[in-house]
Design a protein around this ligand. Sequence first.
Ligand SMILES: Cc1ncc(COP(=O)(O)O)c(C=O)c1O
Length: 392
Amino acid sequence: MKKGYYGEFGGQFVPELLMPPLLELEEAMKTIMKSAEFCDEYTRLLTDFIGRPTAMTHCRNLSRELGFNLWLKREDLAHTGAHKINNTVGQALLTQMMGKTTLLAETGAGQHGVATACAASLLDLDCEIYMGAVDVERQSHNVKRMELFGAKVVPVESGTKTLKDAINAAMRKWIADQETTHYCFGTAAGAHPFPLLVRELQSIIGREAKAQFVEKNGKLPDYVVACVGGGSNAIGMFHDFVPEESVKIIGVEAGGTGEPGCYNSAPISLGTTGVLHGMNTKLLQTEEGQILPSHSVSAGLDYPGVGPEHVYLHDSGRVEYAIINDGQAINAFKTMCRKEGILPALESSHAVAWALENKDSIPAGSNVLVNLSGRGDKDMDIFEKYTAEYGN
Ligand SMILES: Cc1ncc(COP(=O)(O)O)c(C=O)c1O
């Protein structure tokens, strides 16, 4: 495959001014990231700071009801409450070893912002986070956490005031400050080498999950499921399972309210090919190539594009991509709380919902392993607003 491409998807569609830091990053991945110094320190931080390996939980009560075994890989138990920390600690360490002083990031749900601010604090880096003004409001708790960690949070008022606009603003800032600053991108999307870098740092999820599952059961799971926003928790979970042909792999996109023609966040299932944020991928866009507003009840899935490797995995037929709507995700959110004592992020609830909604077509006795990408404490305000509007 051509460097930086997954089939025809990926690439480096950026202004010329961004090529130097992208090339510098590619070089750092080849040298610094492969060094024993980096690997030893990153491994130490994964264990001693992030709390890895995260647990794997068998959902006993739900499994009894569903007729198949539901397993969770518990990224909600990672420090700061989501998988995002695996990536930010790795990129922060790389930044420090590259001799740069500042971490710049965008965030949607705020989890990546919190994880970046936390990693910056740990490694004594300055930190600036761009966040759509709508997300600043719907994830105000996370804004406060970022500020406590010492980050400057910049609300972005342009466009739909969500993740897409935060990425645009952060990219402009990176062009200006590239000498001192690393852009700590939060998902497995964007220009090469970001999809590869983020996959490398997140693939610990699938590596651990595979070993834990085999140790507990003496075999591989039948299904592996994860939600797809930009695609980082999913690609991290999937990477080690892709070569295992017996494992069915399911990515879950957000369908929004679910009415015909509603705004959604499902570019693989409902989008068309185009270029955004430096990559050729599937996008929600008009025939003229204008980006359409996206929607999901979960801020972290609310993005009109997706990482290029997912589009390749879809087109090659290796991974199936499904759609779950807001109501189904909210139902899974409540079910997980009531039946298992686990409060999942609304993003992860989309993946859980896939298992609940497909219970009739999943053979009895199967093993379904869902990546619980984060915890739902951050989503309590959204949940309360949703139930006030639509009822319990
Ligand atoms: C808990 C959680 N899960 C999933 C996502 C979606 O991102 P990605 O597709 O990169 O994993 C987010 C994004 O903020 C998140 O906070």
